[in-house]
Design a protein around this ligand. Structure first.
Ligand SMILES: [Zn+2]
Length: 308
């Protein structure tokens, strides 16, 4: 499944290529999109902007028309120069948006709908998304509030919930817990204020670092994007994800793995760096103890406020 940060990169590449450009051709295999094209002709409109909201991708066109898509498991948007060879089969193509210089192609995007600004507001899945970790105006306090609303759930499950914070995928979930030395199966209620702040801070830091771009202003085509992602040795870049049984890079203990949550997503952690506290409160009546402990050991550096 594409992670929130992958979709953010797709949106940014699409935005750079298409924003402000005139659409010269629109093609789709979807009858419901073709009907909109028949009535409200897509070619001739300008792409105003492209943005990601969690795992949704939105392409805003002139004349109050918004193309909303969701990649689900296998979908992706590619951007090609005119004449560049496609990296996926033509039969997997669902949508083509072409300008004078670029062709944006959606492959196996199972959810795609045209909206007006008004109908988009009524789309319940969108407003329900939590604060987007990659947005400049990310609201950390709101994110902390949303996390605390899931007091009886395990922290790694909550991190994947796009309605709490938008952007974290399964790989980052484990990496964030490791970096914060928090056992991924701990209930939110057992986490101190300092730990929660650390988790939100690290989530933002990791996601932002992952979309850091040294080619500012340049268009990254699908080929380029892939090379950028794959050039560094990914397995050496990660702390715990995919490293079951291998030694922890910090302490040498064997990395553990367990399926977690109703969707049985794989979760990795180091049993020594991320111990499950023996006295971890497991129900509401013990929470007071945990809160009292927070006041004594809060160590969140002040400078984080400015980062947020
Ligand atoms: Zn360790």
């Amino acid at each position: 499944m594409p992670e929130g940060d992958t979709i953010f990169r797709s949106a940014r590449a699409l935005h750079r290529a298409l924003a402000g450009k005139l659409i010269t051709r629109f093609e789709t295999g979807y009858a419901h999109l073709a009907r909109v094209d028949d009535n409200q002709t897509i070619a001739g409109r300008t792409v105003e902007c492209v943005e990601a909201r969690g795992k949704w991708l939105l392409i805003f066109l002139s004349g109050d028309l918004i193309l909303l898509s969701h990649m689900l498991m296998n979908g992706s948007w590619h951007i090609y120069r005119v004449g560049e060879r496609w990296r996926r089969r033509r039969q997997d193509m669902h949508i083509v948006i072409e300008t004078a210089d670029w062709i944006a192609v959606a492959f196996t995007v199972p959810v795609a709908e045209f909206h007006s600004a008004a109908s988009l507001l009524r789309k319940t899945a969108l407003p329900a998304l939590g604060p987007d970790l990659l947005k400049e105006d990310f609201d950390a306090e709101r994110a902390l509030e949303k996390i605390r609303e899931h007091a009886d759930e395990e922290i790694a499950v909550v991190l994947l919930n796009q309605r709490v914070m938008a952007g974290i995928g399964n790989v980052f979930k484990s990496e964030i817990c490791f970096a914060c030395r928090v056992h991924p199966f701990r209930q939110v209620a057992t986490l101190t204020q300092a730990e929660l702040e650390e988790i939100v801070y690290t989530s933002r830091k990791f996601l932002k670092a992952n979309v850091a771009d040294n080619a500012e202003g340049q268009i990254v085509t699908y080929t380029g994007l892939r090379r950028t992602t794959g050039s560094a040795n990914e397995s050496a870049r990660l702390w715990v994800y995919g490293r079951q049984g291998q030694p922890c890079r910090r302490c040498g203990a064997a990395i553990q793995m367990r399926k977690q949550g109703t969707q049985a997503r794989t979760t990795y952690w180091c049993p020594d760096c991320q111990p499950m506290p023996v006295d971890a409160p497991t129900n509401a009546e013990n929470t007071a103890t945990s809160v009292a402990a927070v006041d004594g050991c809060s160590h969140t550096p002040r400078h984080r406020k400015s980062f947020w």
